[in-house]
Design a protein around this ligand. Sequence first.
Ligand code: SAM
Ligand code: DTB
Ligand code: SF4
Length: 344
Amino acid sequence: MSQTTAVSFHPPAAAIKLPEAATWPLADVLALFELPFNDLMFKAQTVHRAHFPAGDVELATLLSIKTGGCEEDCGYCPQAARYDTGVEAKKILDIDTVIDAAKQAKANGATRFCMGAAWRSPKERDMDKVEEMVREVKALGMETCATLGMLEEGQADRLKNAGLDFYNHNLDTAPEFYNNVISTREYQDRLDTLGRVRSAGLKVCCGGIVGMGESRLQRAGLIAQLANLNPYPESVPVNHLVQVEGTPLHGLDPLDPFEFVRTIAVARITMPQARVRLSAGRRQMGEAVQAMCFLAGANSIFYGDKLLTTDNPEAEDDRALLNKLGLVTRAATLDSAPKAACGG
Ligand code: SAM
Ligand code: DTB
Ligand code: SF4
């Protein structure tokens, strides 16, 4: 707990003044990627400590509220109906199942609960159900997040009114690589949804996936897109591709783990006040690479045995890892910190 008392806390989310102009030319982002590894890590850790308590890690639990059968063609995704991945299409979960899962997540120490649906976009008949889920999870005192695909006019407002804190919608990759991965929606569609999310007053959770066969320049391109959003996202999930048999991206050569760590570090430096989440792919990563990611400025993980359809590390193993590294969960920092001083 000493890590949490020895450092000053970053300001509450409402008071954060995020940069207003595009401040990260692609060349500058690429130059960060090309630094000697130790220089990059030092820079990232320095930026990290200026904005966050050193050892604080947010635990976010994911629940798939509607699994499989998706009409989109995202090349990485086991939930796309057109790929034979063994994921069965299910109906939307009932509200009690969702509340029970959220209660369990809270009891296990998670502070954020993220509900994911395998939709291109939510249908009107789904919205009432999701709004009720959001209201009930919010009433438990958790931060709420949803990822439901593209939103139309008014849908983001409805979610905000129900008590949603964050909307997750990823850019996934650089614009130049995007068409290698997805054809059923455009990059601009994603930016439009992010605009609606912002206009509704929701906080933005937006990141991408690395390890899909993109180049370093394209990884830099993804980070530049995110960092130049105005303002940049409050949460940035950096996913390592989980290769699932049956998807087009299965069987790619694995990414050099140092490139993944570098991506986290560059996200931290370019988006200093964002929660950078070390997201999918931790199970395949090993403890040493995860530890490097925390050193590079990751301060959030998905916590719980499952992501949406693939396995995440066991919660018990995560607790052991955090303990070994002397990291402190955000639930613990919230308990030990003056309430008004904690945001993000
Ligand atoms: N259907 C909605 C959408 O695509 O916007 C929400 C759920 S979708 C599964 C959320 C995100 O999960 C995707 O944008 C992608 O970044 C990530 N994701 C999906 N499959 C993945 C995989 N195999 N490895 C890593 N990340 C993955
Ligand atoms: C995000 O960026 N990663 C999460 C969450 N947002 C919804 C999803 C990861 C999914 C990994 C593959 C699966 O489990 O289906
Ligand atoms: Fe559907 Fe989302 Fe998977 Fe794409 S990532 S196939 S939209 S569930």
